[in-house]
Design a protein around this ligand. Structure first.
Ligand code: DNO
Length: 356
């Protein structure tokens, strides 16, 4: 397991020297966050981020994410141009020596929360989701705030996208994912890059849009779409765990044994009621992170893992979910669990990567 943290580049209030003080973190997960979806990522632009990461003493472990253009998810004729661009970006990632690329296949919205700063009893704040509130938000109204997404599209763009998705049901979205993977996985193979699909967050339909990457059967179906080691998963406990029917340790075993988990997001959530949860400290919540880490250990997981989101504590600064302090606590909790499990199994973990 290679402990990593996400860094949003030079504009991130959390700096690489900050991350360097988090024990055990050797890897950085990053990307080109100023480019619109669909653009080609060049070796030069990736090389510059990579250089900053390496100058900070880290390895660039994972690109999170190269966004998939909506035309690809919609399955329109224009998708071919964007798929070609995607393949070029994968080849640039390979050329830059970045081994894993994360992506998602969620229509229009990526992760969705209804409150970006819910006050918890201990005085911290956390991202939270209440399905009843989603029903009262009309993303097309423009006057209602959709936390995290309000500024991502103009009202007109959103309306066009919602219209375009009308004929796209779950089955069409699966077809469009298959079409995409059949073309990009061979490109990933030749680039020496592994792809990891991120599950839908939350793992159910929102605003009437289809969401398909929601449970064990869906993840297995993705893997079966194109049988290649380059076609794998970003296993996100917080996303999948929002549905209590998802048995996370069992899923880690199933997909880890197939060698298809290429990247791990490990965070906790507190489920309050049906489809209502807030993000919680890593050691406290509804999810069995010990069981998850044990499963990772048992399947011999060697990929990058990050503590994923944290609460905002101690007047921290950062993008929503991405302050320094709680993610650092989470990282130390995860590496502590890992060390305990390794020692119980007669192994003293060595760091798999020294600072470069
Ligand atoms: C949220 C992240 C997601 C993730 C994408 C991957 O914090 O986990 O935005 O990066 O879904 O494509």
């Amino acid at each position: 397991m290679k402990l990593s943290m996400r860094w949003f580049g030079a504009s991130d209030p959390v700096t690489l020297p900050d991350i360097a003080q988090v024990p055990g973190v050797d890897g950085i997960v990053s990307g080109l966050y100023d480019l619109p979806a669909g653009e080609v990522w060049t070796h030069e632009s990736l090389g510059s981020v990579k250089q900053q990461i390496e100058d900070g003493g880290f390895r660039f472990e994972v690109i999170e994410s190269i966004p998939v253009h909506e035309q690809i998810k919609l399955g329109t004729p224009e998708r071919n141009r964007y798929i070609d661009n995607y393949c070029e970006s994968l080849s640039a990632a390979g050329e830059a020596g970045i081994p894993v690329v994360c992506y998602n296949f969620m229509p229009i919205f990526d992760w969705t929360r209804t409150n970006l700063a819910e006050q918890l009893p201990d005085g911290s704040t956390a991202l939270s989701y209440r399905h009843a509130d989603v029903a009262s938000i009309d993303p097309l109204a423009g006057d209602t705030d959709l936390p995290g997404w309000a500024a991502a599209y103009t009202k007109e763009e959103l309306r066009e996208l919602f219209d375009a998705y009308k004929p796209v049901d779950e089955s069409a979205l699966w077809d469009n994912l298959a079409y995409f993977l059949e073309r990009v996985i061979p490109a990933a193979e030749s680039a020496g890059v592994k792809m990891g699909i991120h599950p839908d967050d939350p793992p159910w339909s929102i605003f009437g849009l289809p969401r398909i990457i929601t449970d064990k059967d869906a993840l297995q179906r993705v893997i079966n779409l194109v049988d290649s080691p380059a076609n794998g998963l970003t296993f996100c406990t917080g996303s999948l765990g929002a549905n209590p029917k998802n048995n996370l340790p069992q899923m880690v075993r199933q997909f880890g044994e197939q060698g298809r988990i290429h990247f791990a997001h490990c965070r906790n959530i507190q489920i309050k009621e049906y489809r209502t949860f807030h993000e919680s400290p890593h050691p406290q919540g509804s999810l069995d992170l010990y069981g998850v880490m044990k499963a990772y250990f048992e399947v011999g997981f060697h990929g990058a893992m990050r503590s994923d989101h944290g609460r905002m504590i101690w007047n921290d600064k950062g993008l929503p979910g991405y302050g320094l302090y709680d993610r650092a606590l989470g990282s130390v909790y995860l590496s502590g669990l890992w060390e305990g499990i390794a020692r119980e199994n007669g192994r003293i973990p060595t760091r798999e990567l020294a600072h470069v």
